[in-house]
Design a protein around this ligand. Structure first.
Ligand SMILES: Cc1cc2nc3c(=O)[nH]c(=O)nc-3n(C[C@H](O)[C@H](O)[C@H](O)COP(=O)(O)O)c2cc1C
Length: 207
């Protein structure tokens, strides 16, 4: 008898940080999309986004982006953006699921805009981390239309209290409290669970 059972889950979202993605609409306003299919390798971010989203349209036409990282305290504002789209021509699938069209996502969520340094879309003031970047490549991921967006990071701005004491350019992971999505639910991180052997490598060597 095995120790595991075969299952066929509809989604495989085993826990990733929530990001509010800023992209530029055709009229010059900024759209905000909550998302969590994201990973980083060096100075590149890779994002998984649905092809019918307003965000997908925006990045295809105006390849500038901000990854705003909310902490756990912003969960209410993030949740207000769930089931909204900036795309006025909403897909039938989204309409069936109860999505509504929202053109001003900042006002809808109760968030405020902050001028970005290297890109046109605005950043979210309340998010303690802003990662600005340009779209370096788009990869179609097949049906239903999904898009992998490769982002070359151009600037990183953080709330000063997140920095590791004595280091201008390092984050203290004990102070950074990301909002995490696991399947369709929100979580925070617990405390550090074990000393890390990887952390014996000087972080500057990754530069
Ligand atoms: C917490 C959270 C995480 C989400 N993660 C993703 C994701 O990783 N990729 C994606 O395509 N949609 C994700 N969604 C759904 C999008 O937010 C949704 O498709 C939205 O309508 C896109 O906005 P837009 O059409 O204005 O770009 C997520 C929604 C929430 C609330």
């Amino acid at each position: 008898m095995g120790t595991h059972v075969d299952i066929d889950p509809a989604i495989l979202y085993f826990g990733t940080p929530v990001v509010l993605l800023s992209t530029l609409n055709e009229d010059g306003t900024t759209n905000l999309m909550p998302m969590s299919s994201v990973f980083w390798l060096g100075r590149t971010a890779v994002l998984g986004i649905g092809g019918s989203s307003q965000t997908a349209r925006n990045v295809r036409e105006r390849p500038e982006i901000v990854l705003n990282l909310p902490n756990v305290d912003l969960v209410t504002q993030v949740d207000r953006l769930a089931l909204t789209t900036g795309n006025a021509a909403m897909s039938a699938a989204k309409a069936e699921r109860g999505y509504v069209h929202v053109s001003d996502k900042y006002a809808h969520a109760g968030l405020t805009a902050y001028g970005s340094d290297t890109v046109l879309p605005t950043s979210v003031t309340e998010c303690p981390v802003h990662i600005e970047g340009t779209v370096a490549a788009l990869h179609d991921l097949g049906e239903p239309k999904l898009l992998a967006v490769e982002v070359a990071v151009t600037a990183v701005r953080v709330a000063p209290e997140l920095r590791l004491d004595g280091h201008d350019h390092r984050i203290d992971p004990d102070r950074w409290r990301p909002l995490v999505m696991s399947f369709q639910q929100f979580y925070g991180l617990g405390e550090r669970v074990h000393p890390s052997r990887l952390a014996s490598i000087d972080e500057e060597l990754y530069r």
